[in-house]
Ligand binder design. Structure first.
Ligand SMILES: Nc1nc2c(c(=O)[nH]1)N[C@H]1C(S)=C(S)[C@@H](COP(=O)(O)O)O[C@H]1N2
Ligand SMILES: [Mo]
Length: 244
């Protein structure tokens, strides 16, 4: 099939899913849901989910929802400059302070050992989504394959049009840090980073680049796109490290 036709179909299907979800939101509105408008689209904060989640805690003892966050039922597309969505054009470069740098295409990436994990994401603008199921490869598995040098201390996630996000090495290698192409059983749509994005949970969501192109291991920290624009270098939602 012509890739453009295929892409148009995907966009159409995504729009239909969104419409169905929106109908479900409106149904929910009868009890315990706050509707909010963002950029012309309707989003539902579930008061019930927010309350429940604020009262529950995680295995590590932290509150399920960090302070100042409210729970949304689905990711809100936050924009950015999209990369090339064509799966056949995807390349992920794993490089920097490693013994064996390598580049993977999408077929090679999805053949590594993917895991599916329910992850929570927390946007600095105040919304969180809990337990979205992301399928992907652990960053730590890619790091092992590349043979990270003992001098490496930080990881730079690189994306289309120069967007980057930096994390200390040990945080980037957390077992739930994923390079992902699928959310809730469906390929990522373009707005959410197709074909591949990073998800680095336990940090504000700007640390999760969409339209990922590379993972670079470095000895010295390199503040990323938002980090040089006044956002906090570590971005811990439980410490509300929003800005500097
Ligand atoms: N390449 C790229 N990745 C990005 C961004 C961006 O502008 N470009 N925005 C970040 C921000 S600020 C947020 S909150 C999340 C939003 O992801 P979503 O649009 O899938 O909800 O993506 C992050 N990743
Ligand atoms: Mo954001």
């Amino acid at each position: 099939m012509d890739p453009q036709v295929k892409e148009a179909r995907t966009i159409h299907q995504t729009a239909r899913v969104k419409l169905a979800n929106r109908r479900a939101f409106i149904k929910n509105a009868v009890s315990g849901t706050t509707l909010a408008l963002f950029g012309g689209a309707l989003y539902a904060f579930s008061d019930e989910l927010t309350e429940e989640a604020h009262a529950s805690s995680r295995d590590d003892g932290r509150a399920r929802v960090p302070p100042g966050q409210r729970v949304l039922q689905e990711l809100k597309p936050m924009g950015g400059s999209p990369g090339d969505p064509r799966p056949s054009h995807f390349q992920l470069k794993v490089h920097g302070a490693v013994k064996t740098p390598f580049t993977l295409n999408l077929a090679e990436l999805v053949r590594l050992s993917p895991v599916t994990l329910p992850l929570d994401v927390h946007c600095v603008t105040g919304w969180s989504v809990l337990g979205a199921r992301f399928k992907g490869v652990r960053v730590v598995d890619l790091a092992q394959r590349a043979g990270v040098l003992s001098s490496a201390r930080h990881v730079i996630f690189e994306a289309a049009h120069g967007y980057t996000a930096n994390l200390p090495l040990e945080r980037a290698l957390a077992p739930d840090a994923l390079i992902t192409w699928e959310m809730n059983g469906k390929r990522l749509d373009r707005a959410h980073g197709a074909p591949v994005r990073a998800v680095n949970p336990d940090h504000y969501f700007w640390k999760s680049p969409k339209w990922l192109t590379g993972i670079r291991f470095v000895e010295r920290d390199v503040p990323g796109y938002w980090e040089v624009r006044g956002y906090h270098n570590y971005a811990d939602p439980w410490k509300e490290q929003r800005t500097t």
